[in-house]
Design a protein around this ligand. Sequence first.
Ligand code: ADP
Length: 733
Amino acid sequence: MSANRELFTDGPAGHIATVLLPMPLPEAFDYAVPEGLTLAEGDHVVVPLGKRLVNGVVWGLRDGAGGNRPLKPVAERLDAPPLSAATRQFVDWTTRYLAELPGNVLRSVLRSQGALQPSPVEVVYRASGTPPERLTAARARVLEVAAGEPLTAAELARRAGVSAGVVKGLADAGALLAEERAVDPPFDAPDPYRDGLALNDGQEAASAQLRRLIAAGGFQAALLDGVTGSGKTEVYFEAIAELLRREPDAQVLVLLPEIALTQAVTARFEARFGAEPALWHSALGGTGRRRAWREIAAGRARIVAGARSAIFMPFRNLRLIIVDEEHDPTYKQDDGLTYQARDLAVARGKLEGACVILASATPSLESLVNARAGRYVHIRLEARAGTAMLPVIETLDLREFPPEPGHWLSEPLVREMAETLVRGEQVLLYLNRRGYAPLVLCRACGHKMKSPDTDRWLVEHRYTGRLICHTTGFSMPKPRACPECGTVDSLTSVGPGVERVAEEAALRFPDAVVEVFSSDTAMGAEGVRELVARMERGEIDILVGTQIAAKGHNFPNLTLVGVVDADIGLSGGDLRAGERTYQTLVQAAGRAGRADRPGKAILQTHDPDHEAIAALVAGDREAFLSLETLMREQLGLPPFGRMAALILSGMDEGLLVTTAKAAAAAAPLSDDVKLFGPAEPPLAVVRGRHRRRFLVQAGRNVDVSAFMATWMARFRLPSSIRARVDIEPYSFL
Ligand code: ADP
């Protein structure tokens, strides 16, 4: 018996486990470790909480007495792979950085309860090779089906078109053999020795640089900065292959911005490595989630492709993180846990001692500044892969060529579209507005249709005939009469959404196949894949799409991109408005001419001299970036300064105002920190909850996370008021 064990049995002191629970609690709780139970840090355990038993993770172990009350004992240790030290450190780091509760961060890691148990097993049957004495037609059909892969009794019966009794009869007769199989099978191992595409010189040089980083080992960060269509994916595949050749047990995480894209990406992974990656995203069902989580935790899933939340997965041996399209705004999660997955990826890479590759054609200013400062290795790809050329970009001044009232396509664009279609090529019309019209108002009284209890216009959707709130999801059929003044047929649609532009395109080109592609076309993941496949095969002539159509796709026969409104996003209080507009337009234009035919992008604008648009046309990214950098530097905006927001919300506006005042009075004073607010934000009410915002702006060397944590501890929050801290906010609504 060890000395520790003697201490435990002989005296009042014993082993104490500090257990973190995945709940909004401020700290981990102490539990007694019962005699005979051996625990290690990171172990998954079941502990009593009040009258319930809950799952938690051992965060610390020590010897000692538990204070003046006896500690409750740990109930059980689960036989699941423990959370690695690096994963636990990442939870602690994220908690501090986001000024969050540790249990809320842990909850983002423990996303599948079922994964903590071994995979359930099911009984499957295969033909034994010995036919039964009595062979009916039904039995013969079952045996025919059973000659393929092993199947469950229900599935065998379904495919053979017989009752379950027939299958059972065959099993009893010894013609079918039963065997047990895990419901959640492991993922196939990737093969890093397969050949990839023959790389061009630029790609070869870039992958050689990445291979060197992988060979050096430890934390490394690289910015893979290559124009649209330059073949960045093939380049980072080389980094993955190099790593897996060196360390067969290594795990790789590839973060991707759009789940809709993962199908195309999955196929590319499969072609390169002979195995599908493990996928992780919010649309995954319970079984898929359970399987992916368990395989990642066990270290068996080698390549994981996921949406932003995959940064919290319980990797055992994470050696490489790739953030594809690192500039993409969807990496920022704005509700629930508020985080920027790209920033967390770099932090996790440091803690894991892993390599981090950020890839983009339009890197964020944050990453470019890091690259210039030498914190990231800057790897550039200047030309498109293969024979493809970058598209020519032109502006179309809407002041000179205004479309007719109620129309959105200007004549010169329509002419270009006609020429493109005559050549048998495809057109993408890009407009980042879902639905038919962004506003519905009454011609008689001027009433604007708004979402109930929310300060938002309702967006008209013609396909579904409904008015929808894009903030809360509220929807209603479009009424015939104005709810305000009662006038019938007075509600009119104002402004264009993709559905309306598609309507106009179809009127202009009655023989063309026109389709809408936006994230809410009620088509589901399967429908999205089908639409993308039809576009790839050239079965669609004109695709009218939001940003989901502008990201990452490869449509070889697409040669004309028309940006319906290049000015959207240039106004508004967002500090990244110019940068984001630039990125979006480059990405949209970048869909054109990706194969052997030259492409063209036409931007309809009222402001052709705006620096983002002028730089785009001139192909002068540096000019745009230096202006943008100068502006941010002078104003002390990120990445040259730090920011944080505090958002308070509550049903009772009076109480909210009082709380906001108290919060303002409690803010710690500091010469390096400027505090703005409380202010009523543009989105002042959501689902009946009133909102107030504070903005904290500080020098680069100020620890805004610590500032926010100190501040939050200095005022009392009434239970009906919610507070959300947003470190480095992207949304100012
Ligand atoms: P990016 O992510 O840089 O926009 P992709 O990696 O999607 O570019 O590549 C663009 C297209 O070029 C893809 O269809 C890809 O298969 C093709 N491609 C990439 N590298 C090569 C290469 N070396 N030879 C031929 N085709 C390539």
